[in-house]
Design a protein around this ligand. Sequence first.
Ligand SMILES: Cc1ncc(COP(=O)(O)O)c(C=O)c1O
Length: 438
Amino acid sequence: MDDKRLIATERSERRSASVVEEPKRGGGAAPSAKLDVARVRADFPILARTVHGKPLVYLDNAATTQKPQAVLDAVAAYFNEINANVHRGVHELSARATDAYEGGRERVRRFFNAASTREIIFTRNATEGINLVAHSFVKPSLREGDEVLVSAMEHHSNIVPWQIVCEMTGARLRVAPIDDAGTMRLDEFERLLGPRTRIAAITHMSNALGTIVPVREVVRIARSKNVPVLIDASQAAYHLRVDVQALDCDFLVATGHKLYGPTGIGVLYGQESRLEAMPPFLGGGDMISSVTFEKSTWNVLPYKFEAGTPHIAGAIGLHAALDYIDAIGLDAIGAHERELTAYATSVVQSIPGVRLIGTSPEKSSIVSFVMDGAHPHDIGTIVDREGVAIRTGHHCAQPVMERFGVPATARASIAMYNTREEIDALGRALHKVHEVLG
Ligand SMILES: Cc1ncc(COP(=O)(O)O)c(C=O)c1O
């Protein structure tokens, strides 16, 4: 295979057929693209398998998404045809591996509309990106009595790193509350931004509730008080268009395995002026310009923050995944998911004894719930026997569980390849749960 395919080419020709133009309706409205879900599903080999003798119904997408063939092919092609380390060899394979890895970075830049590839740092995941910002940007200037502001619906990965640096320095973690529907209280967020707030770290979309936070507004409010903002786009980025220049955020993190890409590859976006001023997070090979026993100096951006051999195959796989998403289009994906979320909400609500957790008017792709008389783990186990994969537990968001007074929830989460028939299968499985336990 021509390895140029691995570098920067659009893998869009076949994929674009997964979106069909709807006929123009009267009134001259612009045609809207509708997802051809059957064609999309054909691109995901795992969706054809069975579980416990039943067709797999995969509704655990908020934990990780399945991978299209294009991603599997790109990763295999890298290992089969150009496997070599990057940035350090003059030989042909190393040059090609470097081109492919850096092609992945350029693809990520374009996906998030960053101004420069110097602003795109590859990490292991979103968690590592947040830790990097906590330790390299916030901690060096954090003093006793300073504050870090998060929201009440953050994933543990956007809570614990801040707690660690607060504990080291005597700073305080403050929490912007959510209302009973799971919507962020912007008035309280604004009130909590004070002269000692050193960063606001806010999710774009809650993995436990599905709430979509108006992050453009969050950034505007924080900017008006000179507070830098980190946006956790781990959940949002595969459902919504995320544009870092339009958001004007200082930092943003995302994680490859939710973007239909491989595990072990994540992205930290940082405004260049911020990253330039920050010390390295991890030390080692590749992040240096020179090393003596007396002193080392740092490489230029983005390499200053990429110590050691990176996840080359991960960056290449992520490149293919972003090509795949863009060829289908986040507008079409988002519209399909919103429609399916509304349908899933009505199906789940029709089960006797169910209470939804997270009912914000601005939400998508996640239906979290509890059921009278049934522990979420038992719900998960029974529906699994029907081939339906949902998540049960605290979803790495224990403070959200506490806010709603539940130890755990059952959570169905939707991606571009899910169908109404799968939601019906979930409904049938939940009726079984009700018969057995309700
Ligand atoms: C909102 C949110 N933030 C952060 C993360 C952490 O992602 P990772 O474990 O890939 O770093 C997740 C993963 O579930 C998430 O849903």
